[in-house]
Design a protein around this ligand. Structure first.
Ligand SMILES: [Zn+2]
Length: 676
């Protein structure tokens, strides 16, 4: 961690230095040009030009000074982190902080050496103990001795200006912190940089001690000399769980700013913590917010080449965000290119192009119309070339006529299912905006009623945040906190947040990039249908495929029989039409057969295409040892019966109820192991 941090700082320094040098060379060349022109024109113009140059150089100096300050800030943080690390590793090594189990293990492994070392260590430590060290190490006995000898030590600063409560908070010593607070330690007392114990708890994401401090009236929005709140620090160190706790339980202002007008979102993006970025966006962090340099969070992610964070931000901010320019006139894509993050820059540029082009009706439904034309064309060709045939073709016999009718009927029935897949709701989950609008409509009913009303048609697991603003916010903010208060998020499963819809997605739900909505039991987006295939239209999709496959196979067989029909009276008959139909039919049949067989195989295993492609993302598809395990597979026969015969809503609800809580159970198990 410390080495990595230093690296980051150096990188950051280099980046900023490059940025500054390019800035200064640009402005100096332009000022040179200006001076040249003005010398030709007139002397008064020279004066104006000189003034401009001076003004610019003053501004530049100020900016350089600001940059230096920021570099110092980061260095300070890193120094502290390194010191903390040293202190806590020492603390861990000392016998006091070893758990019973570790002690036992140590004793079993290497007895004599260890004991000698620890005795020596204790002797050495005996000389160095002071109240700050006792607080950091969690040694209550020693702490009590110091406090009894001098009560004012409770709030005293050490050589570096840090207080005992800060050291206790940093190392998550809840008992020590409580003891100090009971003795009257000032919970909001800052060090030389005005950092409080809560800031220090945020460095390590020490949630229990942070909760204790907040309950003891610590101010969450206390700022240090750089304007950082505990939330900034938590974002800088990637503690999404801590931020979630602050947001839900302590009304954190998600857009709180530091001295450079940066929010926790800027810091999360700069450090590339995707989960932090997702969480803050779901809680309505302003994605367009620019700092003093005009940089949005996306600019910072682009400067550092943090592709995952940048992707999330770009998804949420859309075209508007991708086009924002900083004070130097650079878009995020340009900054990424400047810093050598070529693939990230290309990704951002492509995304902007796609968004600019937008989706026309034709681009969305064009292929669906083509698909419709293929089905109708094949059916008409079958009737025209195979059944009726050119002049002189004998009429089909009764058996062939019956089969031909079946081809036409199944093909036309298939089109009904095609229409249903293309035009029905595939299982969209309500977005936050829709939920907010609905709650506004039902303003008279209580939050509790709202939640109950929505159960049937909205996700069962969790639901969207607060309204877009103004009156909506006031009505739905209480509800939003309730909706985002979700066991999966407490378990740290940030995958379940959708930053675009701003909801907690139900299990198996995926955000469809084309439809721009979350779809339950998402299977895939089908361009041939012009729609997403999900919980509500998956069965129709498979039935459509089965009917058309059946029609194509039977029509092919009928055509083959017609070609080989040897009848003396029709020797001169042209067979070109039939052969043309056979060629068309086979070329469509082969890909459709592949698709239908893969779909049927997945249905028989009770798994979706999306789940198969993203296995690693779904906790409910993993056994305890990490291997693939599908708990929803009830055997081929029962899976097929359930897919074709059980109502889609009921099937989805059952699935979600079972899949929900896999993460929660896992995290509970993990925490109970940790507690032991
Ligand atoms: Zn979504």
């Amino acid at each position: 961690m410390p080495a990595d941090e230093t690296l980051n700082t150096n990188k950051f320094k280099n980046e900023k230095r490059e940025k500054l040098s390019s800035l200064s060379s640009r402005s100096s060349s332009s000022s040179r040009a200006r001076a040249f022109v003005s010398s030709i024109v007139s002397s008064s113009a020279i004066e104006i030009a000189n003034e401009n140059i001076e003004k610019r150089s003053r501004e530049r100096e100020r900016e350089i000074e600001r940059e230096r300050e920021r570099e110092r800030d980061l260095l300070l943080y890193n120094c502290r982190e390194r010191k903390d690390q040293k202190m806590s590793t020492e603390a861990l090594a000392s016998n006091d902080s070893l758990s019973e189990e570790e002690k036992k293990n140590n004793n079993n492994n290497n007895n004599n050496n260890d004991r000698n070392n620890s005795i020596k260590g204790e002797e050495e430590e005996e000389k160095e103990w002071d109240i700050w060290r006792a607080a950091a190490y969690g040694n209550q006995e020693k702490l009590e001795l110091f406090v009894k000898s001098n009560a004012s030590l409770v709030d005293a600063k050490d050589a570096n200006g840090f207080r005992p409560l800060q050291w206790a908070a940093l190392n998550n010593r809840v008992a020590i912190a409580k003891y100090l607070l009971d003795l009257g330690a000032d919970v909001n007392a800052g060090d030389n940089e005005r950092q409080t114990a809560l800031h220090w708890a945020a460095v390590r994401g020490a949630l229990p001690v942070a909760e204790l401090l907040l309950q003891s009236k610590a101010k969450l929005h206390n700022q240090d000399i750089r304007g950082y709140t505990a939330a900034h620090v938590a974002a800088q160190y990637g503690h999404a769980s801590m931020l979630y706790h602050f947001l839900l339980r302590w009304n954190l202002d998600v857009n709180c700013m530091d001295e450079d007008r940066r929010c926790p979102l800027h810091w999360g993006a700069y450090k590339g913590y995707k989960d932090v970025v997702k969480l803050l966006l779901a809680f309505d962090a302003d994605v367009m917010r620019a700092d003093r340099e005009g940089c949005t969070a996306l600019h910072w992610a682009a400067i550092r080449g943090k592709a995952e964070a940048a992707h999330v931000l770009a998804l949420c901010g859309g075209e508007e965000l991708l086009k924002v320019r900083d004070t130097d006139g650079n878009t995020p894509a340009q900054l990424a290119m400047e810093k050598g993050h070529k693939s990230l820059s290309n990704m951002l540029t492509n995304q902007l192009v796609t968004l600019k082009e937008g989706q026309t009706w034709w681009s969305q439904k064009g292929m669906a119309i083509f698909c419709l034309a293929i089905v109708c064309g094949l059916t008409l060709m079958f009737v025209n070339f195979v059944v009726v045939g050119p002049v002189g073709t004998p009429r089909v016999d009764v058996a062939l006529a019956a089969w031909s009718w079946m081809v036409v009927i199944s093909s036309v029935t298939g089109l009904i299912f095609f229409w249903r897949v293309a035009n029905t709701d595939p299982g969209f989950v309500s977005t936050r905006a829709q939920l907010a609008a609905r709650s506004l409509k039902n303003a008279s009913s209580s939050v509790e009623n709202l939640v109950n009303d929505d159960i049937d048609d909205i996700e069962k697991g969790g639901r969207g945040g607060n309204g877009g603003g103004g009156e909506m916010t006031s009505i739905t903010s209480a509800a939003s906190l309730k909706w985002l208060d979700h066991p999966e998020l407490w378990a740290g499963n940030w995958e379940r947040l959708c930053v675009t819809c701003k909801i907690v997605k139900p299990a198996g739900t995926k955000h469809c990039q084309v439809a721009k909505r979350c779809v339950r039991r998402f299977d895939h987006y089908c361009p041939w249908m012009g729609n997403t295939v999900g919980a509500k239209n998956h069965r129709d999709f498979v039935i459509f495929l089965l009917l058309e496959t059946f029609a194509m196979i039977v029509s092919l067989l009928v055509a083959v029989v017609r070609v080989w029909e040897e009848n003396p009276s029709e020797k001169q008959r042209s067979k070109t039409g039939v052969l043309f139909f056979v060629a068309c039919d086979v070329s469509v049949l082969i890909p459709v057969l592949l698709l239908v067989s893969s779909q049927l195989a997945q249905v028989a295993r009770n798994i979706t295409t999306n789940e198969l492609m993203n296995l690693h993302r779904y906790a409910y598809l993993r056994a305890s040892d990490g291997t693939f395990k599908n708990p929803f597979d009830k055997g081929v026969f029962r899976n097929l019966v359930s897919f074709f015969c059980v109502d889609a809503n009921r099937r989805t609800r059952e699935f979600e109820e079972k899949a929900n809580g896999y993460n929660v159970a896992a995290s509970k198990a993990a925490s109970s192991v940790a507690a032991q």
